[in-house]
Design a protein around this ligand. Structure first.
Ligand SMILES: O=C(O)CCC(=O)C(=O)O
Ligand SMILES: [Fe+2]
Length: 331
């Protein structure tokens, strides 16, 4: 039975001419088949230094984390404490889930009361520009206990890492922030298992359309294929695979809370014509009621709750297919 969703047949419905026209009219960094001009020299940070016995190593590590979040909005960490064995087991678990027949995945529910946690393509897409050649399971942390042991183990560990980074970033701005611990959203934080099936070259679809993450922080593990790219100074930069590293990126909420000091950077995934790619992302989010306000005044953004932010994005995407994100909340 077929396990890949009908991405191809949806793509066939998009007018190729529209795609070609858009390609001509768009700046090069926005085009679908952008080749990457630079290899990524993302900051690579030894996370174990946060527990070093010499406080100078701890301070240097904290500074590197905060500098990376300011300058790049993205960085990689090694010696993060999640064993290679867990990461490998998790990927094989992920593969098993995706290998299930499409029909079964489409109806996959964690509990009988919850909606399906399976996503594919993009239901509102009108052209290749807003279509993602991928499928995903989006698993709320509160439901993770119903999943396999290794996914639970990964989620618990990655959640601790994300909270620790969030606290380090807050501390670097002179805040002794308990915001993340106090407002941590078990129902809103989630793990997303992504699969990008091989995409025929002529399609030139995105694996995942350019976007910023609508959370505090994202921690990602990617396989060895590559495909993740981030936009820096108008150029797409590839995040080269490193099997020992986790990728961390700042989300919109942290950008707002830090008053624009830490950057929520646009990123995308490009497809591969020959091979499938797997990644797993953890999204650190507050409860929906949490009010996001910047740590200092004057603030760039007006106060908003996470729930309000989510609703606005949903509304914008439904009506225009564009996520306006934080720009909607500028003062
Ligand atoms: O698969 C990746 O490398 C990136 C995934 C991502 O950006 C997301 O799920 O928001
Ligand atoms: Fe993302």
């Amino acid at each position: 039975m077929e396990s890949t969703p009908p991405l191809e047949s949806i793509c066939n419905k998009f007018p190729a001419k529209l795609h070609q026209l858009e390609e001509r009219n768009k700046p090069s960094e926005e085009s679908l088949n952008t080749t990457c001009r630079k290899d990524c020299q993302l900051p690579l940070i030894d996370f174990s230094n946060l527990d070093h016995k010499d406080y100078r190593n701890i301070e240097t590590c904290k500074r590197r984390i905060s500098d990376a979040a300011k300058e790049w909005g993205f960085f990689q960490i090694i010696n993060h404490g999640i064993s290679t064995e867990v990461l490998i087991r998790m990927q094989s678990e992920q593969r098993k889930l995706f290998d299930k027949p499409f029909e079964e995945k489409a109806n996959h529910k964690i509990s009988s009361s919850s909606p399906s946690c399976y996503r594919w393509g993009n239901p509102t897409a009108m052209s290749l520009q807003d279509f993602s050649w991928s499928e995903a399971f989006q698993l709320p942390l509160c439901d993770i206990s119903s999943l396999s042991g290794v996914l639970q183990e990964f989620s618990e560990q990655v959640s601790k890492i994300a909270k620790r980074i969030a606290e380090t970033l807050a501390e670097s701005l002179g805040c002794n922030s308990t915001l993340f611990a106090e407002n941590y959203g078990e129902n809103s934080s989630y793990v997303r298992l992504n699969r990008y099936p091989p995409c025929p070259n002529f399609r030139k679809a995105y694996g995942l359309v350019p976007h910023t993450d609508s959370d505090f922080l994202t921690v990602l593990y990617q396989d060895q294929l590559g495909g993740l790219q981030l936009l820096k100074n108008g150029e797409w930069i590839s995040v080269n695979p490193n099997q020992d590293a986790l990728i961390v990126n700042v989300g919109d909420l942290f950008e707002a809370w830090s008053n624009g000091v830490y950057k929520s950077i646009t990123h995308k995934v490009v497809t591969n014509p020959a091979a499938e790619r797997l990644s797993i992302a953890y999204f650190l989010c507050p409860t929906y009621e949490t009010v996001i306000q910047s740590y200092c005044k004057p603030s760039l953004y007006r106060e908003f709750s996470f729930g309000e932010y989510r609703k606005q994005i949903q509304k914008d995407v439904e009506s225009t297919r564009i996520k306006f994100g934080l720009s909607r909340f500028l003062k």
